[in-house]
Write a protein that binds this ligand. Structure first.
Ligand code: NDP
Length: 330
């Protein structure tokens, strides 16, 4: 039987304008960096996407290199789009990116026109899509003129392969430069994707949040749970199957006694607020309405369900914010 999404899927999710654009993004979006490669059963990936969509998560974030192996997350997502979401493409915002190492030789990474345009074509083939909604330059390339990188983004939109473009992890200065070039080209930069969490505040220190607000660019922040550290999962050690237990991107050395003690204190604040630590971490990045969307990852359906409930208690008192600052610092 063909899967049908929940009829009430738009009942509780909040949708925020992406900067000063007409595009709205869910306050919580789902990223497919981990848990969508060939190391995860297809049924798990399918169940996570279905549940996310049922809960109002309309935005799915990918990149050329997500896997393992690189490319396999886009291939798996393409399969899920075909079997489950064929009739719902216009209700979805799908993004991809190019910037990190994807194929051998001089044209398989960074920010050249050659790499960005061929990578976008490959991503579309893997996902079996005619276009992505957002295409990103995944990282600033110090050895390619920004005019070339932005020119490639502009051409990707003009050739119908993406509706909007964005940049990821560019600092405030480079963001201003890229935004000015893209504006001149007539393809505005509508979104920035930086990392941000209670324990990773570089976008505040760099002035990026202010810059984005000033330029009317939306923000979708990745790893708001610090890859799982800002949840209760590591309070009793490193559980089997968790990201820190595998040789992935989360270094178990971060889970030292001092950090775990701080996470325990943050968890006490979350408990007092009547929410899980994951929920408090997501509510925290969204506080004050300056961030468009919190971009989470999930290895299980239950994690998505837990995370979306962050919106049930998204306000913080000044005292709570000060207490959080005592235990959560860069
Ligand atoms: P998170 O900080 O949300 O970490 C996700 C991990 O946290 C999950 O895999 C899971 O860990 C754990 N988790 C999630 N929800 C819960 C919960 N409710 N309770 C307990 N544990 C939970 O984000 P990610 O680091 O996964 O990044 C999210 C997305 O951001 C990526 O998929 C990608 O789209 C994007 N991204 C972009 C980057 C860029 O350069 N632009 C770089 C990195 C990410 P476990 O797997 O151990 O169960």
């Amino acid at each position: 039987m063909v899967w049908q999404p929940a009829e009430n899927r738009y009942a509780s999710m909040k949708y925020n304008h992406c900067g000063k654009t007409g595009l709205k993004l869910p306050a919580i979006s789902l990223g497919l960096w981990h848990n969508f490669g060939n190391d995860t059963p297809h049924q798990t990936k399918q169940a996570i996407c279905r549940r996310a969509f049922d809960l109002g998560i309309t935005h799915f974030d990918l990149a050329n290199n997500y896997g393992p192996p690189p490319g396999s997350a886009e291939t798996a997502f393409g399969e899920i789009l075909k079997t489950d979401f064929a009739g719902y493409r216009d209700e979805m915002i799908i993004s991809s990116k190019a910037g990190y190492n994807m194929w051998p030789g001089p044209y398989g990474e960074w920010g050249s026109r050659k790499y960005l345009i061929s990578s976008c074509d490959q991503s579309l083939k893997r996902m079996r899509l005619d276009y992505v909604d957002i295409f990103y330059s995944h990282r600033f390339d110090p050895n390619t003129p920004l005019e070339e990188t932005c020119g490639a983004l502009d051409q990707i939109v003009r050739s119908g392969k993406a509706l909007y473009v964005g940049i990821s992890s560019y600092n405030s200065k480079r963001t201003r430069e890229a935004a000015a070039i893209l504006k001149d080209l007539g393809t505005p930069c509508i979104i920035h994707q930086p990392s941000y969490s209670m324990i990773n505040r570089w976008i505040e220190e760099d002035g990026l949040v202010d810059t984005l607000e000033e330029l009317g660019i939306g923000s979708i922040v990745f790893s708001p749970l610090a890859q799982g550290m800002l949840t209760t999962k590591y309070l009793g050690g490193v559980p089997d199957g968790s990201r820190a237990s595998q040789s992935k991107s989360l270094n178990p050395a971060f889970l030292n006694e001092r950090n775990v003690e701080n996470i325990r204190s943050l968890n006490s604040i979350a408990e007092r607020r009547g929410q899980t630590l994951a929920q408090m971490a997501i509510a925290w990045v969204l506080r004050g309405g300056r961030i468009t969307s919190a971009l989470i990852g999930a290895s299980r359906v239950e994690q998505v369900e837990d995370c979306v409930k962050a919106l049930d208690n998204a306000e913080f008192s000044t005292e709570e914010l000060a207490e959080i600052d005592r235990y959560a610092r860069d």
